[in-house]
Ligand binder design. Structure first.
Ligand code: KG4
Ligand code: ZN
Length: 368
């Protein structure tokens, strides 16, 4: 099969991103360009992402970001094999901006469109960076998502567990806000934790030992708040100790829940080639350290894309687009943006090929 060159567009949250990726016939890939415009500054004063501000910022900057990605790759639209965009899940205003732009480009340049699920893109990134074969266990931990997923093929995702309340990144962000640390909270909490005493506060580890690998973070967040109230006003050392105790609890929770998910996979007869860590929380060194050990203890290895590919980016969308296109999975221009789009509802290669009558890897042009 010949090489595929995909443009990928990401606008589901507060990153406006575009990238060009090449996928070779042997299944390996190369990132030709990867441009990310972060809106962090636009949202910082609100302590979180404001959907209307995000959508407007995507509209203003996306064309420019795409132009830069194409220029950096040294390619024009005619040379591309297809245009991929994140079609959800995410903040709907932003998703509409990205997907509509991709449709316009696909129509104007007569290229196939691939509507990519943002979570699927996180899941498949490790195949680009680490050539991880199927099956693998995905731990997706970001500001919006906390999921453990058995990945058995492109489009074949089985959610093993998720959070019943807050996402882990969200818990980092809320803890930071509560303790007067800047947004985004993850890096700030990690920095403070390095200087703190993790044994000072006994914080809960919700759902520890439960047989289904779900997460619950709100009780931990509340416990941090109660401890903070008890010793208020907080000095710098108090904040550092609270951050260290909070992070230690998160690390324990992750270790226990991932061990549980590895067990569940084994029970289902699946031997994971890797534990893949994705999402912004994957940048946390303490989290990485413990998961290395958990993976090794479970007879597998930890695969973590580099930080710039763990957080939201266009390369993961372009790569997922290429992985889908290589299997004949392309979309019509009538495909809808989706605020909610669980991994289990993604079309897989096998189902797609038979249901659409697509011709496999050779399929070109938007299917309808
Ligand atoms: O994947 P991401 O960039 O965006 C989405 O949420 O989709 O993840 C951002 C999240 C934020 O909640 C941020 O606080 C968290 O990842 N994060 C971290 C660290 N860096 C980012 N959490 C813990 N430790 C970090 N070093
Ligand atoms: Zn994400």
């Amino acid at each position: 099969m010949s090489d595929l060159l995909l443009l990928g567009i990401e606008t589901t949250c507060d990153e406006t991103a575009a990238a060009v990726v090449r996928r070779r016939g042997d299944g390996t890939g190369t990132i030709l360009s990867n441009v990310v415009h972060s809106q962090t500054q636009d949202h910082a004063e609100y302590g979180g992402v404001v959907p209307e501000i995000a959508a407007r910022a995507h509209v203003e900057i996306l064309d420019h970001v795409i132009e830069r990605a194409l220029r950096a790759a040294g390619l024009g639209l005619p040379e591309l094999s297809g245009i991929a965009a994140a079609a959800g899940p995410g903040l709907i205003g932003g998703v509409i901006v990205g997907l509509t732009t991709a449709k316009a480009l696909a129509l104007a340049a007569h290229k196939p469109l691939v509507a990519v699920n943002h979570l699927e893109a996180h899941a498949l990134t490790a195949r680009l960076t680490d050539k991880v074969p199927f099956p693998f266990l995905l731990l997706l931990v970001s500001g919006g998502h906390t999921q453990l997923v058995a990945v058995t093929g492109v489009g074949e995702y089985t959610k093993l567990g998720g959070t019943i309340d807050d996402a882990i990144g969200e818990a980092f962000d809320k803890t930071a806000k509560m303790l007067g640390l800047p947004y985004p909270g993850g890096p700030a909490v990690e920095r403070a934790a390095l200087k703190g005493d993790a044994s000072r506060f006994a914080l809960p580890r919700p759902l520890h030992g439960k047989p289904v690998p779900d997460f619950s973070l709100s009780g931990l967040k509340t416990a941090v708040r109660l401890e903070a109230l008890k010793i208020a006003p907080l000095g710098e050392e108090d904040v550092n100790d609270l951050c260290a105790s909070f992070q230690a609890a998160v690390v324990d929770i992750l270790a226990d829940r991932v061990r549980c998910a590895l067990r569940v996979m084994r029970e289902r007869g699946l031997k994971p080639h890797a534990l893949v860590l994705a999402g912004g929380v994957g940048a946390n060194q303490a989290v990485r350290r413990v998961l290395h050990k958990v993976a090794a203890d479970g007879g597998t290895r930890l695969a973590v894309p580099p930080p710039e590919l763990c957080t939201d980016n266009g390369a993961m969308i372009a790569w997922a687009g290429a992985e889908r296109m290589a299997r004949g999975l392309v979309d019509g221009l009538d495909v809808s943006p989706r605020a909610r789009w669980p991994l289990g509802e993604i079309e897989s290669a096998e189902r797609g090929a038979t249901e659409r009558g697509a011709t496999g890897p050779g399929a070109t042009g938007p299917a309808d």
